[in-house]
Ligand binder design. Structure first.
Ligand code: NIG
Ligand code: FE
Length: 413
């Protein structure tokens, strides 16, 4: 089917060439005012200024959408989420309101282990249905591509169950989905005193099945004091590499323990979180090919320091923004809020935040040739805003829902 969108107030992030944006490059957001966009079978076929329309599209198709006053952006590419989980954890939220820390909650058997207990009791269908509802809500908020992690199973059956749910989501949803194996999210209670035993189970029991059934695209480890050390992360990532799984890693959320340097050595696609960064850490990631994925809603929800976005950008880092949607530290996957928070609290310019949440997010999932910008031949996954006075209005008016509709794979949300 062919759809022509006309009178677009501004068409945002229009790129003839796709490249990862680093440092100062993040502030350049190419756009066309008073534009048209031609979509053929869910793909971007052409675009331009309205005065070129007659020349470029001599015969108007049956379906024409008038987008007067509206901005159109490529969909959000959310490159870090944990949206497959059995139950929300608002009881821990109340504890946090009363002043109990994230680390204290985890030490009491709450946190990730709490979610793991609930996940192991849930059926594959229950997990699929609840994750599907979350995906549909995220699509209405403008997310068109998403990475989803396992990591709430922490048993062979539980981890495989999560990855099979993600595989089914991939098959059924029009969103582009990437799966990440995060068996190394925490040590389960039975292996509390036997780290080697659990790591062996990841390597010998989980990874071969994941590899054979092609259940994951990436491998992740929560590298943190009290969780997995940089050396343990290296062991696990090296074993994953034998199955073609590239690392995307949880790094420097609470402590700087050498995980970032190890992640770079392992050629990680991305190092995610980065709340706690020394000057050496900033220098190391800026001069590497690893993307720094910032998750400001996790810092917001846990009342932690925000990621040092300005230091990272000024040093020349390629950064992406993601939601970290999970029941413990970021119970929201609203990328509009992620973008707003990045501008308000991390002092990112609206252009930088939008680039980090679109094209660089696509790079952080290796989807840059399919998504992330308005480019001929890419998927027409599009956000139509409500009429707004300027692009900066999006993060500025942070509480309003400014998404009018979303197009994903020929389906309107
Ligand atoms: O990315 N930091 C580790 N994992 C998640 C939180 C998981 C949880 O609390 O359930 C995160 O923030
Ligand atoms: Fe996470």
């Amino acid at each position: 089917m062919t759809t022509l969108i006309i009178n677009i107030q501004q068409l945002i992030n229009v790129r003839a060439e796709t490249h990862l944006l680093q440092g100062a490059g993040l502030a350049e957001l190419p756009s066309i005012e008073h534009a048209f966009l031609l979509v053929e079978d869910g793909m971007i076929a052409d675009y331009g200024n309205m005065y070129e329309l007659e020349l470029k599209v001599p015969q108007l198709p049956k379906q024409v959408i008038d987008a007067a006053g509206q901005f159109i952006l490529p969909c959000w590419c959310d490159s870090h989420t944990h949206i497959v989980f059995a139950k929300s954890r608002e009881e821990e939220f109340i504890d946090k309101v009363k002043g109990v820390s994230y680390a204290e909650i985890a030490a009491k058997g709450g946190g990730i282990l709490n979610s793991a207990r609930k996940l192991n009791e849930a059926s594959e269908d229950e997990l699929f249905n609840s994750a599907w509802k979350r995906l549909e809500e995220l699509a209405r908020l403008g997310t068109g591509a998403i990475e989803i992690k396992s990591g709430y199973g922490l048993t062979v059956e539980g981890e495989l169950k999560m990855l099979r749910v993600i595989k089914k989501l991939k098959e059924k949803s029009p969103l582009s989905i990437k799966a990440t194996f995060l068996g190394a999210h925490s040590f389960p209670a039975v292996f509390k005193e036997d780290h080697t035993g659990y790591i062996n189970s990841i390597i010998n029991d989980m990874l071969p099945v994941i590899g054979n059934e092609k259940l994951a695209d990436y491998i992740d480890v929560f590298c943190e004091t009290g969780f997995f050390s940089p050396e343990e992360m290296e062991l696990i990532c090296t074993a994953g590499a034998a199955y073609g799984l590239k690392p995307k890693l949880h790094i420097n959320q609470l402590n700087s323990i050498g995980g970032l340097q190890k992640a770079i050595e392992l050629n990680a696609i991305s190092a995610d979180h980065l709340e706690t960064m020394t000057d050496e850490d900033v220098k190391a990631i800026a001069s590497s090919s690893t993307i720094g994925t910032l998750l400001p809603t996790a810092a917001f929800f846990l009342r932690m320091q925000y990621q040092p976005a300005r230091r990272l950008i000024d040093a020349g880092t390629a950064i992406a923004l993601a939601s970290d949607f999970n029941p413990g530290s970021s119970p929201s996957g609203n990328m509009n809020f992620v973008v707003a928070l990045s501008c308000i609290q991390m002092k990112m310019l609206p252009e930088e935040a939008i680039n980090a949440a679109t094209i660089n997010g696509a790079f952080a999932m290796e989807l840059q040739h399919e998504l992330g910008s308005i480019s001929v031949g890419k998927k027409a996954n599009l956000i139509f805003t409500k009429p707004i006075p300027s692009l900066a209005y999006l993060p500025y008016a942070f509480g309003s829902n400014l998404v009018d509709k979303v197009l994903i794979g020929e389906k309107f949300y």
